[in-house]
Design a protein around this ligand. Structure first.
Ligand SMILES: Nc1nc2c(ncn2[C@@H]2O[C@H](COP(=O)(O)OP(=O)(O)OP(=O)(O)O)[C@@H](O)[C@H]2O)c(=O)[nH]1
Ligand SMILES: [Mg+2]
Length: 237
C-alpha cells in the first residue's frame, strides 16, 4: 500500500524543517505539507526539506487537510501536525494497523502513549476526555483521545463525504467512521511540546473556544442524523 503523509501547517517555519528531518527514510511514499496561508515562509522551508507543498489560502485545519487529500496519491493517508509535537517514526504503527487490515482508521492516542509534562494544557486534556466520553455514549466507540495524528484508508475517507472545514474536521472523521461501523483502533503515540513557534488552538483562548464549539456541534449533529450505510468490508486489503 502506498502511504501519503499530509501535514497541515500554519506558520510553522521553525518547526517544519527539523520535523521533516526526523522522518525516517522509506516510511512514506509522499510527503505533503499544506501551507495554510503562512506568512513566515513555511512553504519554502518545507519545499527545501523535500516535501511537496500545497498552498491552501482559506484558513482552517479542515481546509488544509482537504487540500492535502486532493493532492495525495496514497492508499493510506496519514495526518500529522506540523509543529513537531508528534514523533514521525511512530506513524509506522498506525500504517501497519491499516496495512494488515486490522483497522480502517488508526488513531494515535496520547493518553495511551504518554505526554511530556506541559505538552497539553489542562483544559485541552479535560475537553478531550469529555468528548471521548460523549463519543462512547452517542456512537459506542471506546476511545481515549481525539488526536490529530492518525491514518485512514483513502477509500473510506472519500466515502465519508467530509463537510467540516475547520476545527471540526478530525472529529467528523471519527464520528462518521463510527456511524459506518468502520474498525477504529487506537495506538499509543508520544506527545511533546511543539518544537518552536506559537500555538493556534489549545494554547489560545480563541482557538480553544472555536475548536470546542465546532467539535461539540459535530458530535451532536451526527448523533441525531439517520443511520448511514455500513462501510464496505470487501474493500479491505
Ligand atoms: N488552528 C489551525 N491550525 C492549523 C491551520 N492550518 C494548519 N494548522 C496546523 O494544525 C496543527 C495544530 O495546531 P497547533 O497550533 O499545534 O494547536 P495545538 O496543538 O492545540 O497547540 P500547541 O499546544 O501549541 O501545539 C499545526 O500543525 C498547525 O500549523 C489553521 O487554519 N488553523
Ligand atoms: Mg500542536
Amino acid at each position: 500500500m502506498r502511504v501519503s503523509l499530509i501535514i497541515p501547517a500554519l506558520n510553522e517555519a521553525d518547526c517544519i524543517g527539523p520535523l521533516l528531518a526526523e522522518l525516517p527514510l522509506g516510511l512514506v511514499d509522499q510527503i505533503i505539507v499544506v501551507d495554510n496561508g503562512s506568512t513566515d515562509g513555511t512553504g519554502e522551508v518545507a519545499q527545501s526539506a523535500g516535501a511537496e507543498v500545497v498552498v491552501e489560502e482559506r484558513r482552517g485545519y479542515g481546509y488544509a487537510c482537504t487540500a492535502g487529500v486532493a493532492a495525495a496519491r496514497g492508499d493510506v493517508l496519514v495526518f500529522m501536525d506540523g509543529d513537531g509535537s508528534f514523533i514521525p517514526a511512530e506513524l509506522a504503527v498506525l500504517v501497519q494497523l491499516i496495512d494488515r487490515g486490522e483497522a480502517d482508521l488508526a488513531l494515535g492516542s496520547r493518553m495511551l502513549g504518554g505526554m511530556t509534562p506541559g505538552a497539553m494544557p489542562g483544559h485541552q486534556a479535560f475537553g478531550n476526555r469529555l468528548v471521548a466520553r460523549l463519543l462512547r455514549i452517542l456512537y459506542g466507540v471506546h476511545l481515549t483521545d481525539l488526536g490529530p495524528f492518525r491514518a485512514i484508508r483513502r477509500d473510506l475517507l472519500e466515502d465519508l463525504d467530509m463537510r467540516e472545514r475547520t476545527y471540526g474536521w478530525p472529529v467528523e472523521m471519527m464520528v462518521k467512521a463510527a456511524r459506518r461501523h468502520a474498525v477504529i483502533i487506537e495506538a499509543p503515540v508520544t506527545y511533546r511540546p511543539r518544537l518552536a513557534g506559537q500555538s493556534k488552538v489549545g494554547g489560545t483562548v480563541r482557538g480553544t473556544v472555536l475548536a470546542g464549539y465546532r467539535i461539540l456541534t459535530v458530535v451532536f449533529r451526527y448523533a441525531l442524523a439517520g443511520r448511514p450505510r455500513p462501510v464496505g468490508r470487501s474493500k479491505m486489503a
